[in-house]
Design a protein around this ligand. Structure first.
Ligand code: SF4
Length: 284
């Protein structure tokens, strides 16, 4: 991807806004250590920032390097992960630590994507936020939404179109890292899925969606089922019980989780246990 020589109007005010109003307090922004960045990105995949804040530091105090994490058992990592949800991420992170400890960090996007749990977004986040590589926007859903709205005047667009627009509009004064972080913040604080605070947005002067969204955002329906009463809640409780006492019987497990609504369905505990075994989270 080539260099940008002019400051496009849509992003002319972005650098100043980011300097004054960006979320610089997020601790993972103060490091370029790829392990610390990877842990933050994996945690943030499905856990809100507020909950990740304390857990990220705690995880890194315990395992500051891939080597130290790889030397721990999967059960230890799963116990540390408790409360963050989606424990498959912890298992994948532990597997990645093992691979990095054995062979070092992959040097490109394809290599990074070969690490368990590292998809296109996380690979690009590592390249952009830890390795300072130019020309690889770490485009998550929020950043993609900002780019689609501001640069293209639509709610969604194919990835290649978004990448091209992101490159075209990057101010020459901003590194790819700062540009990406600034757009993350616009997406998190102003240009949200269900609302757009255009009157406070630094992109407003050149935004292609400002007029379109003047009457508000037509919010798409939420997709995820509520956690209470879900099989996900039941699986989490079973995993917690198994990590505390790996040798317990199915009958004992059924008693341990009997208060959960999802456990009332006949066979639900066995089904959840089988799913945990398939995911490699439970071996006993
Ligand atoms: S001006 Fe409004 S629609 Fe455009 S990027 Fe900013 S918040 Fe989003």
């Amino acid at each position: 991807m080539g260099a940008v020589n002019t400051v496009p109007s849509a992003t002319a005010g972005l650098a100043a806004w980011y300097a004054a109003g960006g979320r610089h307090v997020l601790p993972w922004r103060r490091t370029r250590d790829p392990w610390a960045v990877l842990v933050s990105e994996v945690m943030l995949q499905q856990t809100p920032v507020a909950r990740v804040l304390s857990r990220w530091s705690r995880f890194l105090e315990r395992w500051p390097t891939p080597e130290s994490c790889a030397a721990a058992s999967l059960d230890e990592v799963l116990r540390e992960w408790d409360g963050l949800g989606y424990p498959r991420r912890a298992a994948a992170l532990w597997c990645s630590a093992t691979m990095i400890a054995a062979g070092g960090w992959p040097s490109d996007e394809t290599g990074l994507r070969s690490l368990p749990g590292v998809g296109p977004y996380t690979a690009r986040a590592l390249l952009c936020l830890a390795f300072d590589r130019p020309g690889a926007p770490a485009r998550d859903v929020n950043l993609g939404r900002v780019a689609a709205r501001c640069y293209l005047g639509v709610e969604t667009a194919p990835g290649a179109r978004l990448d091209a627009a992101l490159e075209t509009h990057r101010p020459a004064s901003m590194s790819w890292r700062d540009y990406t972080l600034a757009l993350f913040d616009v997406g998190a604080l102003l240009c949200r899925r269900r609302s757009a605070a255009c009157e406070r947005c630094p992109l407003a002067p050149g935004c292609a969606s400002r007029a379109r969204l003047a009457d508000g955002v037509e919010a798409p329906p939420r997709k995820q089922a509520p956690y209470p009463g879900s099989m996900r809640q039941l699986r989490g409780a079973i995993l917690r019980a198994m990590l505390a006492r790996p040798d317990q019987s199915v009958a004992a497990l059924e008693r341990a989780v009997a208060a959960l609504p999802a456990a009332a369905r006949p066979g639900a505990v066995v089904e959840a246990l089988a799913a945990l075994r398939r995911e490699g989270l439970v071996t006993a």
